[in-house]
Design a protein around this ligand. Structure first.
Ligand code: HEC
Length: 260
C-alpha cells in the first residue's frame, strides 16, 4: 500500500468521523429534549369537566316548559329512524317492535299481540306507565337503560331530538297531560343564573336559558381562560340543539393550548 493510498483511506475515515460528530451535534440541537414544567397530562381534568357537563345537561327536562315549545314536525322527521321497526297509526300492526300509538301513558310491555322481551316485561312490573322521563331515558340508549331489551336501536343522543320525538309520540294517541312548568326541574336550576334569566325570557325562549348555564359551567373546570369557552357560551342561547354539541367541543378544543 502506497503512502498516497493510505492517506486516501485515512482521509475518508476522518471525514466520515467528522460528519458523524457534526450530525450528532446538530441533531441534539434539533431534538433537544425539553422537560415540561408540570409533568403529566392536562387532558384528564379537561375531559372530566366536559363529561360532567354532558351528564348534567342530560337530566330529563322540565316537560311543562319544553313540551309546549317542542317541534312536533321535527319529531315526526326524527321518527323516520323508528319506522323500520314501529308503526304509530292507531291500530297499526306490530313489526319488529310494537305499535306505538298511545305509548305515552301506556304500561311498558303491554301492547296486545307483541312478544316483548322479559327485560321489558320486568321493567313494566316496576314502572306502571311510559311517562316522559322514562321514554326520554329509554330512547337515549335502549339497551343501556333496559337490560335485555329487544330494541336493538343505538339511541338518540341529542336531548332536543328526544324531546321532539316525545312530543310527536304524545301527539299520536298519547294519554298523559302536559305537566305544569316546574322551575326546580330546569336543568340549570342549580345555577343561580338560570333562575334569573328564565322569567325574563318569557315562554317562547324558556328552553334556551336553561341550556345556557351549562356551557358556562362546563368552561369553569377547564380554567384555561381560553376564548373558546365564551364563544360556546354565546352559542348556547341561540338554540338548545346546537348549544349542546358546542359545549362538548369547547373543552376538547381547549386541550391543546393547555398542554403547551
Ligand atoms: C331495530 C328496531 C327498532 C327501532 C329502530 C326502534 N325500536 Fe323501539 N322497540 C323495538 C322493539 C323490538 C321493542 C320491544 C322491546 C322489548 O320487548 O324489549 C321496542 C320498544 C319500544 C318502546 C316501548 C313500547 C312498549 O310497548 O312498551 C318504545 C317507547 C319505543 N320502542 C320507542 C322507539 C322510538 C321512539 C324509536 C326511534 C327513535 C324506536 N323505538 C326505534 C324495536 C325498535
Amino acid at each position: 500500500m502506497s503512502d498516497l493510498t493510505f492517506n486516501k483511506f485515512a482521509g475518508a475515515g476522518l471525514a466520515t468521523a467528522l460528519a458523524l460528530a457534526g450530525l450528532i451535534q446538530l441533531s441534539s440541537g434539533v431534538f433537544e429534549p425539553k422537560a415540561p414544567k408540570t409533568p403529566g397530562y392536562a387532558v384528564q381534568a379537561v375531559l372530566e369537566g366536559g363529561g360532567g357537563a354532558a351528564e348534567q345537561a342530560d337530566n330529563p327536562p322540565d316537560w311543562g316548559t319544553v313540551l309546549p315549545t317542542a317541534d312536533v314536525a321535527a319529531g315526526e322527521a326524527t321518527f323516520a329512524k323508528c319506522k323500520s321497526c314501529h308503526t304509530i297509526d292507531a291500530g297499526g300492526p306490530n313489526g319488529t317492535g310494537p305499535n306505538l300509538n298511545g305509548v305515552v301513558g301506556r304500561k311498558p310491555g303491554s301492547h296486545a299481540g307483541f312478544a316483548y322481551s322479559s327485560g321489558m316485561t320486568d321493567f313494566g312490573a316496576k314502572q306502571p306507565v311510559w311517562d316522559y322521563d322514562h321514554i326520554y331515558e329509554f330512547i337515549k340508549g335502549p339497551q343501556k337503560y333496559i337490560n335485555g331489551t329487544k330494541m336493538t336501536f343505538v339511541g338518540l343522543k341529542a336531548p332536543q331530538d328526544r324531546i321532539n320525538v316525545i312530543a310527536y309520540l304524545r301527539s299520536q294517541g298519547g294519554t298523559l297531560p302536559i305537566p305544569k312548568p316546574d322551575p326546580s326541574r330546569a336543568p340549570g336550576a342549580a345555577a343561580p343564573a338560570a333562575g334569573g334569566a328564565a322569567p325574563a325570557a318569557g315562554a317562547a325562549a324558556a328552553g334556551a336559558p336553561a341550556a345556557a348555564p351549562a356551557p358556562a359551567k362546563a368552561g369553569a373546570p377547564t380554567a384555561t381562560g381560553s376564548t373558546a369557552t365564551p364563544a360556546a357560551g354565546a352559542g348556547g342561547p341561540a338554540g338548545q340543539g346546537p348549544g349542546a354539541p358546542a359545549q362538548q367541543n369547547a373543552p376538547m378544543g381547549a386541550a391543546p393550548p393547555a398542554k403547551k
